[in-house]
Design a binder for this molecule. Sequence first.
Ligand SMILES: *Cc1c(COP(=O)(O)O)cnc(C)c1O
Length: 383
Amino acid sequence: MNPQAKRPVRYGATPEEAAFYRDLVARHGSPLLVVSREALRRQYQSLQHQLPGVSLYYAIKAFPHPAVVETLAELGCHFDVASEGELELLRALRISGRKTIHTHPVKKVDQIKAALRGGSTTFVVDNLDELKKLTPWRHRVGVLLRVAFRSPSAAVDLSRKFGCLPEQAKALALEGQAAGFQVRGLSFHVGSQSTDPATHVAAIEACGRLIGEINREARHPLATLDIGGGFPVDYAQAGFDFDAYFAPIREALAALTDDLHLIAEPGRYLVAPAVRAVSTVIGKARRGDRQWYYLDDGIYGSYSGQLFDHAVYPLQVLRDDRPRHPAVLAGPTCDSIDVIAEGLELPELEEGDLVIGHLMGAYTAATSTRFNSLNAAKVVVVE
Ligand SMILES: *Cc1c(COP(=O)(O)O)cnc(C)c1O
């Protein structure tokens, strides 16, 4: 976590915006996480537009909320699940397990059984021991092999923990097929908040070559490529050029043989821009030459992603009518690491003033804790 990190702050709000936030707090209390279905739909449509021909599987872990899952399901989105609880969420919404892939490379046998009961029939593995766990169901399930590609530009490098080496993929595919498994394709996840498209491009090209090599010897040709998640959002608010980011990825996909079924597992890109955090100033103190403001949400709550996900969220204060001074925003727990941001310049805030966190859908509520027995921010769905 880096509370010192340079972070975008927006000062002031339109009267409509301010009224919108104040009205939500008057009705629902504080702290809140405000889910905009409209923004979620926009993100889904934007990704469909950027990656035409790619089936999208929302990675539920990013923000496992029924309203998010339901809204995406209405648009035709599929789902990436990694646990029984995530399947349970789909079941409660009567969404078929057939619309899922189970992407956790390491599973308990009980989890495999639960996934099969839920109707999930595609599983990701990255080694023979994991593949063997699926032996009793090998005629019923399809298997994707996860390949690791290291990602220097991603905020969270997931290829350290999962994925076989590219040079192991062929042997694994052929041995799997020889043992009677329906090995259908390859998958990778370059890591989350990957801001350099070259990482995806290199992995797509490498997988294209591997599939070609494997298919020269395979009993059944591999026909699926799952390009994972990792697509970024603009936390820095510095005008990130999404068209320029996606263009080379699109070109790399277009250069693959046309008969490949393409899948992606976006989490952050779909949900981060769809959620704002609304917190209230509950106390203030002058310490040295800095003004401290204590909010009713913090690092143990919705801002937990600053710790686990290395995110630096853009902030907004509703007022802009006073001179700015050096300020610190801290969370409500008794722990001293519970500081959201230092080195800010803020207008003098009062108890009851609201602070808005933007782009707060991904890995926020999902990782918040009940430390100090504080309640989680209430999730409110709008539009
Ligand atoms: C977490 C995860 C995702 C989603 O990643 P984002 O960076 O949020 O897009 C997709 N696939 C797998 C296997 C994951 O673990």
